[in-house]
Design a protein around this ligand. Structure first.
Ligand code: USQ
Length: 385
């Protein structure tokens, strides 16, 4: 298939570009390096440097003989997107091209405004470029489990059957996100659902939980093919941060009471899920929503797991609750459905002690490069800057 990967330089976009090219698809990987710019502006450099897309694509081609077509440009620019879609004529679009950090979106007016403009504009442009130049193409869009928030009822897979005064209808599951970044994903979902209803788009919207790890089969071919791995407070996600903290001898940063529960997944399962979505396209005029996570853990459970495995490896891991910089429930009900991908054939990677030990070992290879000043939270949810 001819696949456009938007946000192809990112933590998920680059491994996806390699994965689909390696499987023989014609891959077009697109990025304007917004995440890199924000990382350098906020002093949030990843654990190891990553070459930019043209260089990565060359290394990849030398390693396995497969090609990734690279295009540097901004998905929030409709002229650029029009030319791109007209030229590539994609059969599928995988859309990761958004500012992905919740803390960054809460840093102040400029960051909030950039997140809102960039994320909504990119999605709006993708929708219009598809309608104008590739109306049959299947859009696979990365949303987030954070769209649902932490409701006091079970989280269903995208939709909820509502019975009201004796009548019934299925609606989008109620959404109440906990950051402006997560809210942009809620708005994306509304936009997609509107255009699916009016213009017969084909859309799969993936509600993904926090991802962990950085080793995918293609990244094992050459160290320079690894995805960007962040452990700072802006771009680092919980498990990746805890791995780096354990290796560097920094107490694990549990925010507040640590009862915050989320659905997590291995980066290799992100690739599997996106591939399953691609292989099972929806009909025109259909919007499928899939909850993309494998296992639920609270922050405390995760800290205990990392401590147990780390201590066994002689790391002497400490766990410390620190004041929560976010405004979120710290002790709540959480039970989310995730049957859709299982029905499509997902063979999940489970976070066993062996997997944790393996990841701690991989991070330990970079121990000398860990900057402990990047660990403590710098962004508070309730400040107006
Ligand atoms: N947390 C800690 N200590 C830390 C870091 C985080 O206790 O050092 C807590 C947070 O307060 C939160 C939970 O761990 O309750 C998860 O935080 P996270 O930073 O791993 O995830 P989040 O900010 O929600 O965002 C990440 C990705 C985002 C994706 C989302 C999926 O950055 O792009 O959409 O995970 S989800 O969380 O399901 O919405």
């Amino acid at each position: 298939m001819r696949i456009l990967i938007l946000g192809g330089d990112g933590y998920l976009g680059w491994p996806s570009s390699m994965h689909f090219a390696n499987k023989g698809h014609e891959v077009w990987s697109v990025d304007n390096y917004l995440r890199r710019d924000i990382a350098s502006e906020t002093d949030s450099d990843p654990l190891f440097p990553n070459p930019k897309l043209p260089e990565r694509a060359k290394i990849f081609e030398a390693a396995c003989g497969k090609k990734i077509n690279v295009v540097e440009g901004d998905c929030a620019d409709f002229e650029f997107m029009s030319e791109l879609f007209e030229k590539v004529q994609p059969e599928a679009v995988i859309h990761y091209a958004e500012q992905p950090s919740a803390p960054y979106s809460m840093r102040g007016f400029d960051e909030a405004s950039l997140t809102l403009d960039n994320n909504l504009k990119a999605t709006f442009n993708v929708i219009w470029a598809i309608m104008k130049y590739a109306p049959d193409c299947h859009l696979i869009k990365l949303g987030t489990m954070g769209e649902y928030g932490t409701p006091n009822i079970d989280i269903e897979e995208g939709w909820l059957d509502v019975e009201h005064k004796g009548r019934k209808q299925k609606f989008l599951y109620p959404r109440q996100a906990g950051s402006l970044y997560h809210t942009t994903k809620v708005l994306d979902t509304d936009l997609l659902w509107f255009y699916v209803r009016t213009h017969e788009l084909r859309v799969t919207d993936l509600m993904q939980g926090p991802v962990y790890g950085f080793i995918t089969p293609e990244a094992e071919m050459d160290d320079r093919l690894k995805p960007n791995f962040h452990y700072d407070d802006i771009f680092g996600t919980l498990i990746n941060r805890f791995l780096v903290q354990a290796v560097s001898g920094t107490p694990l940063t549990v925010y507040g009471k640590g009862g915050q529960t989320r659905g997590y997944l291995d980066i290799r399962d992100t690739l599997q899920c996106v591939e399953l979505a691609l292989k099972n396209p929806v009909e025109k005029g259909e919007m499928r929503i899939l909850n993309q996570f494998v296992e639920q853990f609270s922050v405390n459970e995760m800290a205990d797991r990392v401590k147990t495995v780390g201590d066994h490896m002689g790391l002497n891991v400490e766990v410390k609750s620190i004041p929560n910089p976010r405004k979120e429930a710290e002790d709540h009900y959480y039970n989310a459905a995730n049957t859709g991908f299982k029905e499509l054939g997902l063979k999940p990677h489970i976070l066993t002690d062996d997997v944790l030990a393996e990841m701690l070992g991989q991070v330990a290879d970079y121990k000398g490069q860990i900057d402990k000043d990047k660990i403590m939270p710098r962004v508070s949810w309730n400040k107006v800057a």
